[in-house]
Design a protein around this ligand. Structure first.
Ligand code: HEM
Length: 213
């Protein structure tokens, strides 16, 4: 990926109006050094892959194992954006990130000293029973817009618009064609402290025409 980013910077091969173009313009204006550009590009690209792959696979897994939710989406495809929030809430593709504490503070009665390192568990917040009714249930009709799976605030996920677009597009195109999703074997989850994702998801997509026969 780094080799690719270096060659993009070397060739100036970026789309007009893109973030890459903005970055290279900053090189011309002297605000960013050219040698910093490949890493800055990677900082945008790297978080885009496993996370979105995980969200899409988790969506398919949840909808295969909760057929009533797939049928609810088929009956009302306008629920798709909400379903994506619900998938990110229930399966939080990025489980956690860490933070350095900038100043002495306190969170929920626990003192945090400046300079200590804390882990922010998005996956736990997304199932906080003080916030969510039936937190472990998958419900595409609930308002899941307050989920924290994309983080929050100034460093909230910079690519969440794209991630939502991709996941919604896949679900919408499947809704038109697929009557139901069936697991054809056991799904297995990968072992990773940060990314929560499926290693294996054997699925059969039963087409609408076949189900009608
Ligand atoms: C479902 C897919 C995704 C999930 C669940 C996700 C989740 C997150 C989370 C939890 C953070 C940390 C927020 C924080 O520190 O509070 C983050 C940051 C970030 N994400 Fe995503 N992400 C996804 C997809 C993407 C995509 C597609 C891109 C790029 C195209 C992207 C680019 C970034 C970048 C650049 C940051 C760092 C933002 C900053 O520190 O200012 N992410 N993401």
């Amino acid at each position: 990926m780094m080799r690719f980013a270096r060659s993009v910077v070397r060739r100036g091969d970026v789309l007009p109006g893109s973030m890459g173009a903005d970055l290279l313009a900053k090189v011309e204006s002297g605000e960013v050094r050219r040698e910093e550009c490949p890493a800055l590009m990677i900082d945008y690209l790297a978080p885009s892959l496993d996370t979105t792959i995980s969200a899409i696979a988790s969506a398919l897994w949840l909808l295969a194992t909760h057929p009533d939710q797939w049928q609810a989406l088929r009956a009302d495809p306008s629920l798709v954006p909400n379903a994506v929030n619900e998938v990110v809430r229930v399966e939080s593709p990025l489980r956690a990130f860490s933070r350095w504490v900038a100043a002495d503070t306190e969170v929920a009665g626990t003192p945090l000293r400046r300079g200590s390192r804390v882990v922010v568990l998005y996956a736990s917040a997304n199932r906080d029973e003080r916030v969510w009714d039936r937190p472990d249930d998958v419900d595409v009709t609930r308002d899941a817009s307050q989920q924290l799976g994309f983080g929050q605030g100034v460093h909230g996920c910079a690519g969440q618009g794209l991630a939502r677009l991709e996941t919604q597009a896949i679900l919408r195109s499947l809704l038109e064609r697929v009557d139901r999703l069936e697991l054809t074997g056991p799904a297995t989850w990968g072992r990773n402290n940060i990314i929560h994702s499926l290693d294996r998801l054997p699925l059969r997509l039963v087409p609408v025409q076949e189900a009608a026969r």
